[in-house]
Every structure is written in structure tokens, then in C-alpha cells.
Ligand binder design. Structure first.
Ligand SMILES: [Zn+2]
Length: 496
């Protein structure tokens, strides 16, 4: 048996100023292929890792034509999409017994609002009889076109994403069962006009905790897999919204029933998907009064795993202005400042503008660098392996990375963009997060199993960035209206 395994994984923030060219879709300036892709993803706890393990378990021949991924950013360059798609289509057209795909589900390209729908349709056209199984992110903005053009699809059930491997494994396993004639999978798909705030999507809290518990309970008998996708609201597309997808054995009616029950549940809980917060200036003032650290100042608006630039300095600036001390901050994506600091050498005293290199045109805010004076503490090549439990085993490459000591703050400045979701993000450069009163952390929910576990307090600060939790800042144009909560009078079926 010959199994093709491929990845084109991107969560697109259509408001992000960061470009997504082909060179960004792999660790060394191009997407990984063949042996290099195998070596990179074998052993990781993501769908690619699961697909490889599953194929090896049944003794299949594995072909990995291409594996392209990067942190969330603006729309994928059309040329990059065309090239990666062509490589996958050419490979399956040569003949294989199955295709396992590791996709996100909220990819937008320069020309296509439904990147995965276009990709899957082209693959189907290139090789109409090849069974296709897909692993999807919890934040997928699912489209009917995606569903029409694959045989099996399974999304993560957790946020923070703790079950990426399991979701991939389940998708692969169901596809193999189909090929063996043990099951006849049917997909059911439906959505409702709700755009949940990302800050209200954590699966260890209501309402998603209850919705996911019900989804899991419904996976019984002929219902083989139930995926609930709250969606990615920072991708402005017609299909951006909460949706449900089921895989059932044979009966479509059963799947439709499950979809509608879960959508009804989500709709009745819609008010709980709204996130409201104090101003970040008030948040910092509140943090200042807390006695015990570490206190996490959560810089959610600049979370790079929502498409943030990772270089917004608004929260750091405010913390310094209000006189906070013993601060750990970073990483900040600023290749120019990193190069300047590396050139100064360890011990070098430098005054340098840090961050603020990108203008946030979509939300009408210019980039605002923060001029800092301090001493270079540490210089590193920026490479380490994630300990987990989120993205366990993934190799991280921050590029040249510097610890810059400004007195009240130690700030990590680097050439790469990676969300700080692992304690080793600071430990690898000799910084122990436990030793600091305040940690300015650019994350939303994924930090919880690691930094959340060591924090005495978390102050959620919605400062400045294209990952903002405040929908009213964004000029939505493509999303299908009415949708809750942009339109508070939206209705679903006959329900208001
Ligand atoms: Zn996600």
C-alpha cells in the first residue's frame, strides 16, 4: 500500500500586515520535502506525526511530496499556493492508495477565500478515485466545498490544542477502515451564524467545555467522529463561523441530527462567546497592585498564532511607564534590532528601537517602536525542541536571539516569529520564568498548560495588534451577515 502524506497548513489573518510568501512556508526558506519532511515531523504530536506512525504501523510505503506550514500571517501568496498545490496534485496523480492531509481549515490566499476548498477540489480533479483523509485545526472555518472534496475529516477537540495527534490518527484510521471496506463514511456538515471570540473558545471553560462534552458523548454507534469548529474570526471570509462536521458509517440522517443538536446548543449559549475586558492601561494598573508573582500580562492582541506581528510594543511600553519592575518580556520579532544587538556583543551597552516595525493598516494604527537602552546578556542561535504538552517534539528556530537587559526588564529579541507556549522559550537562553514578578506574554489560550500553570495571576490585556479580541476594530467585509455578535439581532432557523 502506498500512502501520500502532505501538509499545507496556514491560519490566515486577513487583517495581518505580514506577507506569506513561499519562503516562509518552511524552516530553511522553502517547504520541506521527502526525507527532510519525514525527519522533521516524525515523532511530533501533530497530525503529520500521527499519519507517519499510522502508515508505518501497517507497513505502507510513505511518500511525502511536500509539507508547508508557517505561523499565522496575512493571505498566502498566490504563487506559493499554486506551487504547493501542484506538487501535491502531481504526486497523487502518479498513483497511490490513499492521501493523508494535514491542513488548518482557515487558509486564505491572494485569490481564494476558501484556500483548503480550492486545494481539495484540485486534488479531487487530479485523482478522482484516491481516498482523502484530512486532519483539521479547531479554528477551521469549514466550507461545504471542503467537505464535498474529501472522504473523512476530523478536527481537534481541545483548545489549547492537546489532541492534535489523536485527531490526525482518527482521520487516518477511519480512511484506512473505509479502504478495507469495514465502514462506508458519510460526512454531514452544518453551521450557524455565530462568530465566537477566540478568548471564549477554551475547552476547559464554558461554553465550549459543555459543547465539546456533548460532542464527545454523541460519538457512539454509527457516529464515528464529531468535530465542532468555533472558527477563526480574524479570517474575514463568507464561511467564517461556528460549524459542526460528523463522520458516520452509512447513515447521513444520523450525522445531520448530531450537527443540528450541537448547533442548537451553541446558538443558545451564544452570549457566552462574547469577550469583554477592561482597558489594558487599567489592566497594568491592576497588575501593579498584585503582591505575588509571576503575574502574566497577557498581550493577547499581538499573539502571533492569531496572525499578530509579535512586535507590538504597546503593552511593554505601558508596563514600563507605570513603573513595573522585574519584568520578563518576549520574544519580540525584530530581525533589525536582533542584528544590532548581536553586533554589540555580550556585555555591549546599546540604545536601540525595538519592535513596531509593522504598520497595522487594517486597524489604522502605525507601528510604534520602543527605544530601549540596556546591556546584551545572552546571544543564541535560537534553536530548541518544544517540551510540551502543546506542540510536543516540534523543533523551534527563532533565528538569532538576544536577551537584552534594560534594568527593570529582560526582553528577548529575535529573528523569528513563534508563540511563547513552552517554558523553554525562555529557559533555552538561561531565563527562568519563575524568577520574575511580571511576564509579558504574547499568547491567548495556548499558554495555559505551561505558563498558566506557574503563574500566580493572569491579567488579560487587549493592547494593540491585529490579533485583538475587540471585533469592533476590524473592517469586516466578506463575512456573511447577519452574524452574532456583529449583528445582535441575528437569527438561526426560527430562533432569535
Ligand atoms: Zn488553532
Amino acid at each position: 500500500m502506498k500512502i501520500v502524506i502532505a501538509m499545507l497548513k496556514h491560519e490566515t489573518n486577513t487583517f495581518s500586515p505580514l506577507p506569506t510568501p513561499l519562503e516562509s512556508l518552511g524552516p530553511d526558506g522553502e517547504p520541506l520535502r521527502g526525507e527532510a519532511a519525514y525527519a522533521h515531523f516524525k515523532g511530533t504530536r501533530i497530525p503529520m506525526g500521527a499519519f507517519i506512525d499510522l502508515a508505518e504501523e501497517i507497513g505502507a510505503e510513505i511518500v511525502i511530496p511536500i509539507a508547508a506550514r508557517t505561523a499565522p500571517s496575512g493571505p498566502v501568496a498566490q504563487a506559493a499556493f499554486e506551487q504547493v498545490t501542484q506538487v501535491i496534485c502531481d504526486c497523487v496523480a502518479e498513483g497511490c492508495d490513499a492521501l493523508f492531509l494535514d491542513l488548518h481549515g482557515a487558509m486564505v490566499t491572494d485569490d481564494y477565500e476558501d484556500g483548503e476548498g480550492e486545494l481539495l477540489e484540485r486534488i479531487r480533479k487530479a485523482a478522482p478515485d484516491i481516498p482523502i483523509g484530512v486532519g483539521l485545526d479547531f479554528h477551521a472555518n469549514m466550507s461545504a466545498r471542503m467537505v464535498r472534496n474529501c472522504d473523512v475529516a476530523v478536527g481537534y477537540k481541545t483548545y489549547p490544542h492537546m489532541d492534535m495527534y489523536e485527531a490526525g490518527w482518527r482521520a487516518g484510521e477511519l480512511l484506512l477502515d473505509m479502504i478495507a471496506g469495514k465502514i462506508a463514511p458519510r460526512l454531514s456538515f452544518a453551521n450557524c451564524p455565530v462568530m465566537p471570540n477566540i478568548l471564549r473558545q477554551a475547552t476547559d471553560e464554558a461554553p465550549m467545555k459543555d459543547i465539546m462534552a456533548r460532542a464527545t458523548a454523541l460519538e457512539t454507534g454509527s457516529v464515528l467522529a464529531v468535530s465542532v469548529f468555533p472558527g477563526f474570526p480574524l479570517a474575514d471570509t463568507p464561511h467564517t463561523r461556528l460549524s459542526v462536521l460528523t463522520v458516520t458509517d452509512g447513515s447521513e440522517g444520523e450525522g445531520d441530527k448530531v450537527c443540528h443538536e450541537l448547533l442548537d446548543l451553541a446558538w443558545t449559549r451564544r452570549e457566552e462567546f462574547i469577550y469583554e475586558n477592561e482597558s489594558f492601561i487599567d489592566g497594568v494598573a491592576r497588575a501593579k497592585k498584585l503582591d505575588e508573582g509571576p503575574v502574566i500580562l497577557l498581550d493577547m492582541a499581538d499573539n502571533c498564532n492569531s496572525g499578530g506581528t509579535l512586535d507590538s510594543m504597546a503593552l511593554v511600553r505601558e508596563a514600563l511607564n507605570q513603573g513595573l519592575d522585574n519584568i520578563l518580556a518576549g520574544p519580540i520579532y525584530d530581525p533589525e534590532a536582533a542584528a544590532h544587538l548581536v553586533n554589540a556583543g555580550i556585555g555591549g551597552e546599546v540604545t536601540v528601537p525595538v519592535g513596531g516595525k509593522f504598520d497595522f493598516t487594517a486597524i489604522e494604527r502605525p507601528g510604534e517602536p520602543l527605544v530601549l537602552t540596556g546591556r546584551v546578556k545572552t546571544i543564541s542561535d535560537g534553536r530548541f525542541i518544544v517540551q510540551g504538552p502543546v506542540f510536543t517534539g516540534m523543533q523551534v528556530d527563532l533565528g538569532r536571539t538576544v536577551v537584552f537587559d534594560t534594568g527593570p526588564m529582560r526582553i528577548v529579541v529575535c529573528e523569528g516569529r513563534v508563540e511563547p507556549l513552552d517554558l523553554d522559550m525562555f529557559r533555552f537562553v538561561g531565563l527562568d520564568p519563575l524568577g520574575y514578578k511580571y511576564i509579558v506574554l504574547k499568547s491567548k489560550i495556548q499558554y495555559r498548560p505551561t505558563f498558566g500553570a506557574i503563574a500566580k495571576h493572569v491579567v488579560e490585556c487587549n493592547a494593540v495588534g491585529v490579533g485583538s479580541a475587540d471585533f469592533s476594530q476590524f473592517p469586516y467585509k466578506a463575512v456573511t451577515r447577519p452574524i452574532y455578535p456583529l449583528d445582535r439581532d441575528a437569527s438561526f432557523g426560527d430562533k432569535r
